[in-house]
Design a protein around this ligand. Structure first.
Ligand code: PGA
Length: 259
């Protein structure tokens, strides 16, 4: 059984102080959550404050994990403005989002995505590899090809055990921040394609363990349907992760749908 993973991708939102307030309130809302893993991905500058606020959660509440939204492929060096995997680990991260479409649109290539995935794993972080087709690719019937290529390129060079610990987020680009979503059936179908690809790359045991999220306009009203979709192991949530109530409801409804 795969533990569902609900991740909040805050993008370029929330100061350190806002992050601390959010985390404090979230701890109160998630008291009864047992079987769902919760992950918060604040901007780099809010990681420390989020970590400190998490440490103040009541002992009986299962701690959320922290992740970053990007990582550089080198461990250190002359890379102005970049942050490395060892730095993220020290800041309290256990996950990192890699290859989000907003970064791919800004020029990140499959090769860079793969270098970042490898650097993350080498540094002890679990990568959340984002894949997904554009509207034009979808209309051309290329969804499965695009996703397969991105999965293959992104996970290249990883050992089966490393693949098993990774997460793949299927995020159709046309569904991100638009209020439109793939149907749960589509999410399930693409998740199956991804899992088959992972099986071909890393073997059936890794494919059985790798978690596959859906992302793109997930909210408290549609989460239950996605969590009921076969092979969908959680969600990567943007806009709806910025409000404590919405995000907590998404976690609680995941818990209800999966138990
Ligand atoms: P959204 O963003 O939930 O606001 O559509 C998802 C994402 O970009 O990860």
């Amino acid at each position: 059984m795969r533990t569902p993973l609900i991740a909040g991708n805050w993008k370029m939102h929330k100061t350190a102080q806002e992050a601390a307030e959010f985390v404090e309130q979230l701890g109160l809302a998630l008291e009864d959550v047992k079987g769902t893993e919760v992950l918060l991905c604040p901007p780099f500058t809010a990681l420390h404050a989020a970590k400190q606020a998490l440490q103040r959660w009541p002992a009986k509440v299962q701690k959320a994990a922290l992740g970053a939204q990007n990582v550089h492929e080198a461990s250190h060096g002359a890379h102005t403005g970049e942050v490395s995997a060892p730095m993220l680990v020290e800041a309290g991260c256990t996950y990192v989002i890699i290859g989000h479409s907003e970064r791919r649109q800004a020029g990140e290539t499959d090769e860079q995505v793969n270098a970042k995935v490898r650097a993350a794993v080498a540094g002890g972080l679990r990568p959340i590899l984002c894949v997904g087709e554009s509207l034009a690719e979808r209309q051309a019937g290329r969804t499965e090809d695009v996703v397969t290529e991105q999965v293959e390129a992104g996970l290249r060079g990883l050992a089966p055990e490393e693949v098993a610990g990774a997460v793949v987020a299927y995020e159709p680009i046309w569904a991100i921040g638009t209020g439109e979503t793939a149907t749960p059936q589509e999410a399930s179908r693409v998740a199956r394609v991804i899992r088959q690809r992972v099986a071909a790359l890393a073997g059936p045991a890794a494919a059985e363990r790798v978690r596959i999220q859906y992302g793109g306009s997930v909210n408290e009203d549609n989460i239950a349907a996605f969590m009921a979709a076969d092979g969908v192991d959680g969600a990567l949530v943007g806009g709806a992760s910025l409000k404590v109530d919405s995000f907590a409801q998404i976690v609680l409804r995941t818990e209800a749908a999966k138990s």
